[in-house]
Design a protein around this ligand. Structure first.
Ligand SMILES: C[S@@+](CC[C@H](N)C(=O)[O-])C[C@H]1O[C@@H](n2cnc3c(N)ncnc32)[C@H](O)[C@@H]1O
Length: 296
């Protein structure tokens, strides 16, 4: 494990190896929300590709866009850190050109991932994104998808990413819920749970609590003192309505399988959304944000 050298000697934790190759490095001060997330995702062994339709074009297109933010800015061979790796959808592409340190707060998630995601330069470590057990200035990029809204303190997580990034390193954050939809939706949460036969006990607290982010939240978090080249891109307009409507049908009517749209339709919807977002002001109606910035 060549990347083990990047671990911080003074990190206050009681590290142990869950299974060969999975080092658990939870900070002694890790909060309740992160612990809850770890337990929730430890127990969730559902196929994440199926649950979130990660192989549908509406996801493939935007994950590709997300990966290319890193690929275009970071030289091949430069080490990357992933936070909240979960399904491994981005790691499986980026590992082809970079040494990868793959983290998630849930050790069992990393264990499942390590069954199929292999390579000579992959290092799995269970850690909270708000307390990274690495030395300063280690990585050419830090990235996370659908993870930032799970943090109790997103500013702290951002500061940790800043600390472990090299100068000119890239932070890339994808699939972050837009408050335009998720804040009002939270008011109808209980109704939605009832209609979709969802037991609130089976929802992660972080997902249940979150209200999403406004564009201005990211502008504030990535202020110009520490970061430069900030970009906040929109993801999904019609694609989001369709994605969540299909998920609603699947759960409300207890369908046996999720509905798969034909590729030509998926491509048409994504192409429409990309044109729609060029109209001034329309990016505020996206369902998710993709954010990137460079460390000064
Ligand atoms: C919705 S999943 C996203 C997984 C993957 N990035 C993807 O796009 O499919 C969120 C992941 O974040 C992890 N997570 C939640 N809280 C975390 C924290 N405080 N630190 C690190 N990872 C966390 C969860 O265990 C889960 O695997």
């Amino acid at each position: 494990m060549p990347q083990k050298s990047r671990l911080k000697d003074t990190f206050p934790c009681h590290p142990y190896e869950k299974n060969p190759g999975i080092l658990v490095c939870w900070h002694d001060a890790m909060g309740d929300l992160a612990k809850d997330e770890a337990h929730h995702h430890d127990d969730d062994d559902a196929d994440q590709f199926e649950t979130h339709q990660l192989n549908a074009w509406r996801n493939l297109f935007y994950h590709k866009q997300f990966q290319s933010i890193i690929q275009s800015a970071v030289p091949k061979g430069s080490p990357l850190l992933e936070i909240g790796a979960g399904s491994g959808v981005d790691a499986k592409v980026l590992v082809q050109d970079h040494p990868l340190t793959i983290t998630d707060v849930s050790p069992a998630t990393l264990d499942r991932l390590s069954q199929w995601l292999r390579g000579p330069d992959i290092f799995f470590i269970a850690a909270d994104g708000q307390f990274l057990p690495f030395e300063d200035h280690q990585f050419g990029a830090v990235y996370m998808a659908a993870t930032f809204h799970h943090f109790e303190d997103p500013q702290k997580a951002t500061a940790e990413c800043y600390r472990v990034l090299r100068k000119d390193g890239i932070i890339a954050i994808a699939v972050e819920p837009n408050a335009t939809y998720f804040r009002p939706l939270k008011r109808f949460q209980n109704v939605l749970y009832r209609l979709t036969h969802t037991d609130p006990e089976h929802i992660s607290h972080a997902d249940a609590e979150m209200e999403g982010f406004r564009k201005s939240d990211f502008e504030h978090i990535f202020d110009s003192d520490q970061w430069t080249d900030r970009r906040i891109r929109p993801m999904w307009f019609v694609a989001g309505w369709i994605h969540y409507f299909l998920e609603f049908l699947f759960r409300a009517f207890r369908l046996k399988k999720r509905i798969i749209l034909p590729l030509w339709l998926e491509k048409g919807i994504v192409a429409f959304d990309e044109v729609f977002f060029r109209i001034p002001g329309m990016k505020y109606f996206c369902w998710h944000w993709i954010v990137s910035a460079k460390k000064r």
